[in-house]
Write a protein of this length. Sequence first.
Length: 94
Amino acid sequence: MRAARVPSRARVVVCGGRARCSTCRVRVTAGEDVCPPAEQDERATLARIEAPPDVRLACQLRPQGNISVIPLVRTERPHYRPMTRRRSAEREIV
């Protein structure tokens, strides 16, 4: 799920990475040959949403090499991990 955690790419994973919600689904566009087959939990979720063969759950995908993916679920309000402010940053105080 490392690809889904890139800071510039907001993702929502409702189930906590347990292959239940499918909000982290991605389309694998390159590198399918280095992706292991989906395990039972992932297969069940993908079957439930009738996903095509090139769709995987990022929370379950553990590629053995480089791959390219396209995130398929977008959210109106992205959930970012809170960022800490820089102590040396200049900011206006009222």
